[in-house]
Design a protein around this ligand. Sequence first.
Ligand code: AMP
Length: 189
Amino acid sequence: MTNIIIFGAPGSGKGTYSDEIVKRYGMGHISTGDVLRAEIKAGTELGKTAKQYIDNGQLLPDSLMIDILASTYDALPKGQGVIFDGFPRTIAQAEALKAMLAERGDDMGVMIELIVDEETLLARLLNRAVEQGRADDNEETIKKRFAVYHAQTEPLAEWFEGEGIRHTFTWKGEKELMLGEIFDFLDKL
Ligand code: AMP
């Protein structure tokens, strides 16, 4: 499978759809949020730094994230494709990802954008707070994450458009419908 960048607001389902895509196509999966939460759990220096940003709904510095991404990518088996979930989140990260992959003779593949209305996003994140107990899923931090998303990450959709790899899927109220549309698209690649 080609590489996939899964893109969307907090709560848009990046993790959920990534898991389904991994199950169907057997590819690698990098969730930068999961990498950071594992570091926090392990109590590492990186985890301590990450916690300050995550709890505040802010993005970690690009240079740090780019290093984390490259080392995580290099640790994965080659040749089966990788789904990038939660990275890139800024134009600088996107440029770095493109360059990092090009250096390794690879490319970004396709970008899948998940479009979900804000009311649904908020309801999902508040529900996830109850189910998974994520520290950054409280209403105050969620609002900050939405603001950061609109200011720093959303403009990236146009950047992907310019790269000719943006493919948009819009939430119509049913997970199976969204998943079916995504699989139909990926099956044809
Ligand atoms: P996520 O699980 O993808 O929603 O990520 C949770 C939090 O981890 C974000 O709100 C950021 O604080 C941090 N984070 C994850 N990925 C990145 C990234 N690519 N760049 C900067 N910060 C990130």
